[in-house]
Design a protein. Structure first.
Length: 373
């Protein structure tokens, strides 16, 4: 009864927001679009995203711009939920703030390295609204990071300027959880090669997940704690498996290198299972190891599709995560699980839209788009 009273306001808001999420019918119509322009026009005219596309020249939008614009809708929903949230519920919302911070920090670094920082520091609505959002909810001064990036680097990315920027970038992060780990890397590296820069992104990811895990263990108890561990813990487990998969298949990394990129948290995976994944010889061996781990045994039908190459691991991971999040929300409707499930679904919806637009752009068969959604 106490939970119903505590969560009634925010759960009512969540139900209103859930009603605006894309359904199967809307996805099916979107996938039938013959061009990116047609897809964007459909989204603008037939979904809740019309507000974020207002005053935009849809015909000349590119993929990165579309992703950033859709992200504003995610931030808008976060703000709406925050207004209805109690102090305890706001503690939970900090989890998603860490996700948003990590994503944006990595985006800024990536654009600096690629010499495209001007694309995200131009005086457009996206930048103003994004900075305003983080000013309200984040400890990170993103306005200072962006302003300094354009001042120092401009449209180019010379090594000396990048290192100068990174030094100031890290100093601006003083007082946040990101400062000490990033400063340690900066002091140990002298170059700004792509491989070195990727270590900063990895560091941000690890700080993000460790901070989230700390929030969960500190602020929640009993059923809410077990549900959050199931949801966030499964996300971490599957992210680690995915990183192992990619490191072996695409980068030929050795055992020591693979261990260095993993999130140092295990939920349902044992250390031995992690080792088994790392020691796999090929993709077939990897699939068989997955079939024997907790997630393979818990979700045999989905795992069988992965084993038979009907779906890739990214799709498998996404579907398992969706099942876990929705199950927790269904069993505990008046709890943080409902907030967690909605924000995850919103994130997934934006990811689906971007993936569909990419598939249309590269003229992939419609069945391939549906299979990996």
């Amino acid at each position: 009864m106490n939970n119903i009273l505590e969560y009634s306001a925010i759960c009512t808001k969540i139900k209103a927001l859930e009603a605006k999420l894309l359904n199967k019918e809307t996805y099916a119509k979107l996938i039938k679009s013959q061009s990116v322009k047609e897809a964007l026009m459909f989204i603008n005219e037939n979904t809740s995203y019309h507000n974020v596309f207002k005053n935009m020249d849809i015909e000349n939008l590119h993929r990165p711009e579309v992703e950033r614009i859709l992200t504003l809708a995610k931030y808008e929903d976060y703000s709406k939920l925050y207004k209805f949230a109690s102090q305890k519920q706001r503690q939970f919302l900090k989890i998603y703030m860490f996700y948003y911070e990590a994503y944006t920090l990595k985006m800024i670094l990536r654009y600096c390295v690629n010499g495209r920082i001007a694309q995200i520091t131009s005086k457009d609505a996206y930048i103003y609204e994004t900075v305003d959002f983080f000013n309200k909810y984040s400890d990170v001064n993103f306005k200072a990071l962006l302003d300094m990036a354009y001042t120092i680097i401009g449209p180019h990315s010379e090594q000396s300027k990048l290192r100068q920027y990174l030094d100031k970038f890290i100093n601006i992060l003083q007082g946040t959880v990101y400062y000490a780990p990033l400063y340690k890397i900066f002091n140990s590296e002298s170059s700004m090669e792509e491989s070195v820069v990727s270590s900063y992104g990895l560091c941000i990811d690890i700080v993000c997940f460790k901070s989230i895990w700390k929030i969960i263990k500190k602020n929640f108890k009993s059923k809410e704690l077990s549900d959050l561990k199931a949801c966030i813990g499964s996300s971490i487990d599957l992210a680690n498996i995915d990183w192992i998969y990619r490191s072996k298949r695409y980068y030929n990394m050795n055992e020591v290198e693979i261990y260095s990129i993993l999130i140092p948290i295990q939920n349902k995976l044992s250390k031995q299972e992690i080792k088994n994944f790392i020691n796999t010889k090929d993709i077939d061996d990897f699939r068989n190891v997955f079939l024997r781990c907790y997630y393979g045994l818990k979700y045999p039908k989905l795992s069988a599709k992965f084993i038979q190459s009907d779906i890739n691991f990214e799709t498998l991971s996404r579907r398992i995560t969706s099942l876990i999040f929705s199950s927790c929300a269904r069993k505990s409707p008046y709890s943080v699980s409902s907030i967690n499930n909605y924000l995850y679904r919103k994130e997934l919806e934006i990811s689906n839209i971007i993936r569909i637009i990419e598939s249309i752009k590269y003229e992939l068969p419609k069945e391939e788009i549906l299979k990996n959604r």
